[in-house]
Design a protein around this ligand. Structure first.
Ligand code: MOS
Length: 739
């Protein structure tokens, strides 16, 4: 099915099941330990061996000699695989660095060997016996230095391949110089690590030349394709299985070394092998969110209208890597006739940078939304009003392109009302409660809505159950549940009558989970398959499918009616389809909007920061399930607090690696750190995006949060910190003198 004109009325609009709060149907399995994650499968393979990865101790250079004899002779060892004996390997489309390094080393903790043994402990002990002689090369590890020489970079995701690397509208320089109120500041965001709960892990088994990998991956088809490319085998020979994923945040979008090393280890050992990445390996072996340096200039009239806005961002990556697209939102969020956005990409020999929750907008909003707070102060305007004054209903670069739906102003107004914004003291450092300085802050939320083709297969069985199969993943988001809701709504049955099977490459290719496109895209694929199943049912029953309605387990057309199961007396029915997307995503700018409000308390003596309450108001199309959507948003808000106050991979600029590569040194907040979180969804249904009329919400929840926290801290203390994270050392010397 192709979605190429706005959705009319359809069965989803009834919202008897879709749109209802429903707890996750996989919840009982998870809380009772019966949802098996990648490393935990007990009965999928017989007698697995264990692989432990040896990772590079240098960040750039060459392995001159690797002595594996001691490891090979160690107790229980079955095989040692290195680049020397692995055979010729390709590189996956989505990987920047090779997943098995050697003899050249591209980054610190790049996998360079896997030791396979009878037990994990034997493999680990033997891995420590591998002797390696390196010759180290000088590398580029300092973003500030590397950006001095860095060229302009194109947006790798831009549909317009001929677009110049700088995007200009009007004459920024002239408009900026004329503007009576000006801001020109530099903001920095650090490298961050996904820190998902479940480590990367894979079990690999070969049967002849057929490979099956049980793994933890957000994008089944990408991983399957890239594993086949890496191993140089046909894609059809690889099966990828990932029914449960304990978080990914972009870190599991792509094939990683656990899957490759499990496959290579299993081949060498002649039996199934399981490999996990120990936590201390993850930050340097896998990908991370790249650090940015962002210069923002805004010129405004006295009434707050933006006359000129420029956002220039710099980031780094390995050779042939990609820029962090931190300028995304600045092209679309606020009005203003003269505009300039650009990115620079420096070569760094640090581990590979890549997507982390809301790549682009998450770090971009961290900068832009402090800048808006600073501009409001310069103008003597309320920061909520400044954002409202600069609302636009069209793409500011291409005014003939309207937004499909844009309720940013409503989010800000509703949020201000619910949060009690009017009681705020806009003079910073003016509200005290005992030794606490209290402050409140606001930021807009913005994240684009992406559409990805998504397929599904649905069965109507003689037992009356509808089974959905799609390679969609559930990364803790609620995919199982919203897919069951969609099928139940379409077929007119209770959710209990729907069975959902996910995360297996033997099922139709779905959107996968990423870029907040998963919920809308994958349920649209299920919608398309169900439309076909309804036609097949109507045909079996001899009904005109155009007028058939499906409700309460009954099918009705005209004055005839039958039980749904009557359609399968002669045998089960199967239907399969893929939702494809027409040009509506080009004709209309599809984005999601919100407003974040935060209250913090800062200890006037120590500078310690506590987040006391948070509110998000989101406008993201139809909300398919308010419970799972809320969970996504409060999780994202918590992650945003991490970005604001804690998270920073510390770079060793001499040796070129992330020093704090475990959860003792890289701290992340949890829900319990924030006593009060509230989420409000505006009632919307966006008919330009899909038959579900839904948009993404999971990444919207993080975009803007860190700036709202930083702005609240500023309101509390009067100390403006522009370098994330906002830690007490950056403000303690400047805190107000306490009596
Ligand atoms: Mo998201 S960073 O596309 O998993």
């Amino acid at each position: 099915m192709k979605f190429d004109k706005p959705a009319g009325a359809n069965p989803i609009d009834r919202m008897r099941v879709v749109g209802r709060a429903h707890p996750r149907i996989d919840g009982p399995l998870k809380t009772s330990g019966r949802a098996t994650y990648a490393y935990e499968h007990k009965d999928v393979v017989a007698n697995p061996a264990y692989g432990v990865i040896v990772a590079s101790a240098i960040s750039k250079g060459r392995i001159e000699h690797m002595d594996v004899q001691a490891a090979e002779r160690a107790a229980g060892v079955i095989a040692v695989v290195t680049a020397d004996n692995a055979g010729k390997l390709g590189k996956g489309k989505f990987n920047t660095a090779k997943l098995l390094g050697g003899p050249e080393v591209d980054h610190y903790h790049q996998a360079i060997a896997v030791v396979v043994a009878e037990t994990f402990e034997q493999a680990r002990a033997a891995a420590a016996l591998v002797g390696i002689k390196y010759s180290r090369k000088e590398g580029s590890f300092d973003l500030v230095e590397a950006l001095k020489e860095a060229p302009l970079a194109k947006d790798p995701n831009s549909p317009d391949k001929d677009a110049p690397p700088e995007s200009r509208t009007g004459d920024f320089q002239q408009a900026f110089s004329r503007a009576p109120v000006k801001l020109d500041e530099l903001y920095t965001t650090p490298d961050q690590s996904h820190s998902m709960m479940e480590p990367h892990a894979s079990i690999a088994e070969w049967k002849g030349d057929k490979l099956t990998v049980w793994t933890s991956n957000q994008m089944i088809d990408w991983g399957r394709s890239d594993l086949a490319t890496t191993l140089g085998i046909p894609k059809e020979n690889v099966r990828f299985v990932s029914p449960y994923v304990g978080g990914g945040f972009g870190g599991k979008l792509f094939l990683r070394s656990d899957a490759v090393m499990a496959a290579l280890g299993a081949k060498a050992a002649g039996r199934p092998v399981k490999v996990t990445l120990p936590r201390p390996l993850i930050p340097n072996n896998t990908t991370h969110r790249p650090a940015t340096r962002q210069r923002i200039r805004i010129g405004a009239a006295h009434d707050g209208h933006i006359m000129a806005i420029a956002h220039e961002s710099g980031s780094g990556d390995l050779p042939e890597g990609q820029p962090e697209t931190a300028i995304n939102q600045t092209r679309l969020l606020y009005a203003g006739p003269s505009r300039l956005t650009s990115m620079r990409l420096a070569v760094l020999d640090l581990p590979e940078g890549n997507s982390m929750r809301a790549p682009g907008e998450a770090p971009g909003m961290m900068a832009l939304e402090i800048a808006m707070d600073e501009l409001a102060e310069k103008l003597g305007m309320d920061p909520v009003e400044l954002r409202i004054v600069n609302d636009t209903q069209v793409d500011p670069e291409k005014p003939d392109r309207p937004f499909s739906q844009r309720n940013l102003v409503q989010c800000l107004r509703e949020g201000a009302e619910r949060f009690g914004w009017r009681n705020r003291n806009s003079n910073p450092a003016n509200r005290r409660e005992g030794s606490w300085l209290i402050g409140t802050g606001v930021a807009a939320a913005f994240r684009n809505n992406l559409l990805v083709p998504s397929g599904a297969r649905v069965y109507l069985g003689q037992d009356g159950l509808v089974t959905v199969e799609t390679d969609m993943t559930d990364i803790g988001t609620g995919s199982y549940t919203i897919i069951a809701q969609t099928a139940a709504e379409m077929m007119g049955i209770d959710m209990e009558k729907v069975v959902v099977r996910l995360g297996d490459s033997s099922f139709p290719v779905s959107s996968g989970s990423g870029g907040q496109f998963g919920a809308n895209s994958s349920t649209s694929g299920v919608y398309a398959a169900c439309v076909k199943l309804r036609e097949a049912v109507a045909q079996r029953l001899g009904f005109n499918s155009a007028e058939a309605t499906f409700e309460d387990g009954q099918v009705r057309a005209g004055n005839r009616s039958a039980k749904l199961v009557d359609a399968v007396h002669a045998g089960e029915l199967v239907a399969e389809d893929t939702m494809e997307w027409g040009a509506l995503g080009k004709t209309f700018q599809q984005s999601t909007f919100g407003a974040h409000f935060v209250e913090v308390a800062v200890d006037a003596f120590t500078g310690e920061i506590r987040v006391r309450r948070m509110l998000a108001v989101c406008a993201a199309g139809r909300i398919l399930n308010p419970t799972t959507a809320r969970s996504q948003v409060i999780g994202a808000m918590t992650m945003g607090v991490g970005a604001a106050l804690m998270e920073e991979l510390a770079v060793d600029k001499r040796r070129g690696f992330f020093v704090n590569h475990d959860l003792a040194g890289y701290e992340v907040p949890v829900h319990a750190d924030i006593p009060h979180q509230e989420v409000i969804f505006l009632e919307e249904a966006d008919d330009k995006v899909s038959p579900m009329k839904a948009k993404g919400v999971a990444e919207l929840g993080i975009c803007g949060v860190a700036a709202a926290v930083a702005n609240a801290v500023y309101n509390a203390t009067g100390v403006r910190v522009r370098n994330y994270p906002v830690t007490l050392d950056k403000q303690i010397a400047a805190l107000p003198v306490v009596a």
